[in-house]
Design a protein around this ligand. Structure first.
Ligand code: SF4
Length: 199
């Protein structure tokens, strides 16, 4: 039986219009104490042999590289992370630079799940994403430069007015960066219809 460890980071730069995940913007004052509590919890259940680690959110790359590194060190110190274990972090464009990406790679992260959602400025605005198309491309570049070879990309499809050609174009543009996996997420009107009425 394989064992996976999921670590949730419930902080984001801003709250996307459609988001119903456990994530909070403008709560930066809670990040340090959350990280400390997380480290205590990870240490309290010691000695587990772990096959995969997944740091999700929220936006885990909103943490500083030191905070992310500390969390991983506590995991590695108190548990047995198997050799060749997949260690993933969810990332959003515009929340990391090359220095942070390199620090994460060095800390043992070997896979990045990048929340791009769209490479079309119109849809990024519609979704309330905190990054531009340009920043999404920059994020790809940074990850490649930091030697991440295992990158997956989340894309939302079936957005109002979105055509098949637009979806194909977006995945083709991402493919150039040798993305290993796409996760296509069917658009569902959020919270629910109230957002669409506003839009
Ligand atoms: S970045 Fe992700 S978790 Fe954060 S608000 Fe947007 S959809 Fe939600």
């Amino acid at each position: 039986m394989s064992t996976s460890l999921y670590i949730h980071i419930p902080f984001c730069k801003s709250k996307c219009f459609y988001c119903s995940f456990a994530s909070y913007a403008k709560k930066d004052h809670l990040i340090a104490s959350y990280v400390e509590a997380l480290k205590r919890e990870v240490a309290s259940i010691r000695g587990t042999s772990i096959d995969t680690v997944y740091i999700g959110g929220g936006t885990p790359t909103y943490l500083s590289s030191d905070q992310a590194r500390e969390i991983l060190s506590v995991v590695q110190y108190h548990h047995i992370v198997k050799k060749n274990a997949e260690v993933t972090i969810e990332a959003n464009p515009a929340t990391f630079d090359l220095k942070k990406a390199e620090a994460l790679r060095e800390a043992g992260i070997n896979r990045v799940s990048l929340g791009v959602q769209s490479l079309n400025e119109k849809y990024l605005k519609f979704l309330g994403r905190p990054h531009s198309r340009k920043e999404a491309f920059l994020a790809f570049d940074i990850l490649r430069q930091a030697n991440f070879s295992n990158i997956s990309v989340d894309l939302i499809y079936s957005l109002p007015g979105q055509t098949k050609q637009e979806i194909k174009r977006t995945s083709r543009r991402s493919w150039v960066y040798r993305v290993r996996m796409f996760r296509f997420i069917l658009w569902r009107s959020p919270r629910d219809r109230s957002f669409m009425k506003r839009g």
